[in-house]
Design a protein around this ligand. Sequence first.
Ligand SMILES: Nc1nc2c(ncn2[C@@H]2O[C@H](COP(=O)(O)OP(=O)(O)OP(=O)(O)O)[C@@H](O)[C@H]2O)c(=O)[nH]1
Length: 195
Amino acid sequence: MTHAVILAGGRGSRLGGCDKPLLPLGQGTVLEALLKRLRPQISKTALAIRGDQTVYDSYALPLLRDEFADCGPLAGIISALAWGQSEGASSVLTLPGDTPFIPEDLLHRLSPGPSFAMSLGRTHPLVALWPTNCLPLLRGHVQAALASGDRRQLAVRCFAARLGMRPVSFSDEGGDPFFNVNYPADVEALATRGS
Ligand SMILES: Nc1nc2c(ncn2[C@@H]2O[C@H](COP(=O)(O)OP(=O)(O)OP(=O)(O)O)[C@@H](O)[C@H]2O)c(=O)[nH]1
């Protein structure tokens, strides 16, 4: 069984400090568009957020708060695997909260994992299928990086390489399925592409 976790703990600093999943898209938000594409593929979804975020408190989704502060997305992936394990899932699909156009066959194509998505020749290590039993290895990896001060090891792609994750290429016909929002120009592109 696979559950999904949307990573939403970023600070959106390149966009002046905004919660990117809450950016408007069509009649709703980026997060709502993502959930619409995710729900037919997955039965249970949670949001992985920073310890101090309150903006999602009214959402009807489990909120997983980072156990490790200021570690970036790997902290959210730790929360994701811990929650997945506690809910009886053998794997967890992670997604950045600012990718509203994910493919309908994402989980099918990434299965059985461990694997991550690619499009247009670029890797997307946060769009990934993780076995929940790699949680102790990931916790140890983050603890060792923090103890040594080598923050490069906190890059998700370093841990993905350590796990030997399989890359899976997706077609960009109809636009990049893993388009995400980092800069003001991406916000404009979002409005053009619609939901
Ligand atoms: N749970 C959690 N998620 C995070 C954290 N940092 C980043 N993320 C998520 O990881 C994904 C990729 O992060 P970025 O695209 O760099 O987003 P960001 O950190 O908000 O953006 P910048 O501040 O502009 O770099 C996004 O979905 C973020 O919400 C964190 O510390 N905890």
